[in-house]
Design a protein around this ligand. Structure first.
Ligand code: SF4
Length: 330
C-alpha cells in the first residue's frame, strides 16, 4: 500500500534551561530526550495509533511529523517528499494536505469567531475559492460532521456549543481543505465519557470515507484497538512494540505493553486476566536508564543484559516488532 508518511530515526532533544551555577557545576548542556530515535510509516487511508503513558513522546512525535517543530535529527517524508529542507513558504501548500485536531476543543477554537468564520479560515488563508464557494464548502463540512441544519450553527460562537459539538467543528475544520493526513492528539480525552465513542466514530467514519490517513495519539488502548489498523507503543521516547491492532492488543509481547493492557478495565467480572503491576513512575527523559529504558520498572528483567544493552526493535513474525531481550527476532 502507498505510504503517506515515513519517519526515519527521528530525534527531538529539548535543551534544558539551566542557571549560571548549574551550568558551571554540571559543565554540560542537559537535554530532555522527548523522542529518541523512532521509525515508522503510515500508509494511505490507514489509522495508525501511537500509544503510551504521558511523557512517552507521543505528542512531540505528532508535532514533528507536521513540522510544527524541527527535529534534532532524523528524517520525515510526506507523500514521498523530504520535509527537512523545505522553507515555511515551501511548506504552505504541504500544510494544506496535513491537518491536526487538538485534544482540547475549548482552547483550539477562537472564542471570538463564529463557527462559519472558524470553518472558513483555512480556506481563506490558503486563498481557496470565492466567498460563495467558501460558503458552500463550510455548509458541506458542517453537514459532514453532522451539525445539521448548518444554518443553526453558522453564527454561533464556540461557547454556545457542547464539548462534542466543538470537537465536531474542529474535525470539520481539519477536513475542509481535503487533507490527505490528519494528526489527532487525544481528540476525545477532554470530552464526557458518554460522547467519546460517538465523536470518535464520526471521525473514523470521515477519515475512512475520504481516504485520509490518520495518526491517532492516545493513552487509551481500548479506544485504540477499536479504531486503529496498526499501533506503536512508546515509552520514554522509544517505540517498544509495533504491529497490527490485533497483534499489539490481543497478543502483546513486550512487558510494558502487557502491563498497559492488563490495566484496561474489562466488563466481564469473570475474566481471568491477571493485572501486571508496573512499579513507580516513568523515569526522567533527561537521564533515561541505560540498557533497556524499561528495566527500572520491568517485572521480568532477564538479567544484566537488560541493564546494559539497549534492545533493538526486531520482527518476531508477520511484521510484529518488539524491542525486548526476551525476543531475539527472526
Ligand atoms: Fe524487561 Fe529486559 Fe525486556 Fe526490557 S529488555 S522489557 S527489562 S525483559
Amino acid at each position: 500500500m502507498e505510504e503517506i508518511v515515513r519517519v526515519e530515526n527521528l530525534r527531538k532533544w529539548f535543551p534544558v534551561r539551566m542557571g549560571f551555577w548549574e551550568t558551571l557545576l554540571t559543565r554540560r548542556q542537559l537535554f530532555v530526550r522527548a523522542v529518541d530515535g523512532i521509525s515508522f510509516e503510515i500508509k494511505k487511508a490507514e489509522i495508525f495509533g501511537l500509544a503510551g503513558e504521558s511523557g512517552s513522546g507521543k505528542t512531540t512525535t505528532g508535532r514533528l511529523v507536521l513540522k510544527l517543530i524541527d527535529p534534532t535529527s532524523g528524517r520525515i517524508f510526506f507523500e514521498g517528499r523530504d520535509l527537512a529542507p523545505l522553507s515555511e513558504k515551501e511548506m504552505k501548500p504541504v500544510r494544506k494536505r496535513m491537518q491536526i485536531v487538538f485534544q482540547d476543543p475549548y482552547e483550539s477554537l477562537n472564542p471570538r469567531m463564529t463557527i462559519a468564520d472558524i470553518m472558513a479560515e483555512p480556506l481563506r488563508i490558503q486563498k481557496i475559492g470565492s466567498e460563495e464557494e467558501i460558503e458552500k464548502r463550510v455548509h458541506q463540512a458542517l453537514e459532514n460532521v453532522q451539525l445539521v441544519p448548518p444554518e443553526e450553527f453558522l453564527f454561533r460562537f464556540p461557547h454556545e456549543l457542547s464539548g462534542g459539538q466543538r470537537q465536531r467543528v474542529a474535525t470539520g475544520r481539519a477536513l475542509v481543505l481535503d487533507p490527505s493526513f490528519i494528526v489527532a492528539d487525544e481528540p476525545v480525552s477532554m470530552l464526557d465519557v458518554s460522547i467519546r465513542a460517538e465523536v470518535l466514530n464520526l471521525m473514523v467514519e470521515l477519515v475512512r470515507k475520504f481516504g485520509v490517513s490518520f495518526l491517532y495519539i492516545t493513552h487509551d488502548l481500548a479506544l485504540a484497538r477499536h479504531i486503529c489498523d496498526r499501533i506503536a507503543i512508546m515509552y520514554l521516547g522509544k517505540i517498544m512494540e509495533k504491529g497490527t491492532a490485533e497483534q499489539v492488543i490481543l497478543e502483546p509481547l513486550h512487558p510494558y505493553t502487557q502491563a498497559l493492557i492488563s490495566a484496561v478495565p474489562v466488563p466481564d467480572p469473570e475474566s481471568a486476566r491477571v493485572e501486571v503491576i508496573i512499579k513507580g513512575e516513568i523515569p526522567s527523559p533527561i537521564n533515561p536508564p541505560p540498557g533497556c529504558r524499561f528495566h527500572t520498572r520491568c517485572p521480568v528483567v532477564v538479567g544484566e543484559i537488560c541493564r546494559t544493552k539497549e534492545p533493538q526493535l526486531v520482527d518476531v513474525g508477520n511484521g510484529h516488532m518488539v524491542a525486548c531481550h526476551l525476543y531475539p527476532g527472526k
